[in-house]
Ligand binder design. Structure first.
Ligand SMILES: [Fe+2]
Length: 241
């Protein structure tokens, strides 16, 4: 709802903390009233990064963990989009960090228990900073779906985890991107905690054949809106930055 240019926050956008269909939410959801901690000035205003933190392959997950002359196994894709504020203005200088499973659906993590094999040439994380138009882009392989211990046969749809840092260290948003046309999206108990299908659709990247690289990679477009009526659904903060 907009009044005189003010975008009222929709606190119903985010599901409740306790959603028993997502089993671990039962133990994790608060049972007492929330406390808020005051933030310090440096947390709110302090710059936390610059372009000099980025390495040349940080936005290329196909190669950033691979041996020389090797590349990650899997369907090669480009993921691109813009980080926008509630009025559609671009957000430049935002640090976008991504992490994901490999093409078989396995993470490179010591607690990973899925039997799919590791890819020796795939690490599974990368980062990029938005340009002056709020644009970001990275190359990767399409992750596979994976089973997880929730119900007897629950699977996560293919997804990429996103973190977006704003101008200060305390401004961090976390979400997941899904892929257009994946039937597993609507079967996932974590996605199922989100009541509003428009919130789910804000997390689904569209296949964009205009940005594909012929004989190399398909492209998916994923815009991230930080606040307002078109806000992307975030896991960690209902009301945006
Ligand atoms: Fe995941």
């Amino acid at each position: 709802m907009t009044q005189n240019g003010y975008f009222a926050r929709d606190t119903q956008w985010h599901p409740p903390a306790l959603t028993p269909g997502y089993k671990t939410s039962v133990a994790r959801s608060p049972t007492r009233a929330k406390l808020s901690f005051p933030t310090s000035l440096s947390e709110e205003t302090g710059p936390v990064f610059g372009h000099n933190i980025l390495g040349p392959l940080d936005n290329d997950l196909i190669h950033n963990f691979a041996a020389a002359d090797q590349s990650a196994i899997g369907p090669r894709i480009v993921v691109y989009g813009r980080v926008l504020d509630e009025t559609g203005r671009p957000v430049p200088g935002a640090l976008v960090e991504v992490w994901q499973a490999n093409a078989g659906g396995r993470y490179r993590h010591k607690k990973e228990s899925y039997l799919a094999p590791l890819d020796p040439n795939f690490g599974g994380c990368g980062r990029v900073i938005t340009d002056e138009n709020g644009c970001y882009e990275f190359r990767t392989i399409q992750p596979g779906p994976y089973p997880w211990p929730n119900g007897p046969n629950d699977w996560r749809p293919a997804h990429i985890h996103f973190s977006v840092f704003g101008q200060g260290f305390a401004q961090r948003m976390i979400t997941q991107m899904y892929f257009e046309g994946d039937p597993m999206i609507w079967l996932c108990p974590i996605v199922g905690t989100i009541d509003d299908p428009r919130a789910v659709e804000s997390l689904v990247a569209a296949l964009d054949m205009t940005r594909t690289i012929p004989m190399d990679a398909r492209a998916y477009k994923f815009d991230i809106v930080l606040r307002g009526r078109r806000q992307t659904f975030f896991e960690n903060r209902a009301e945006g930055l």
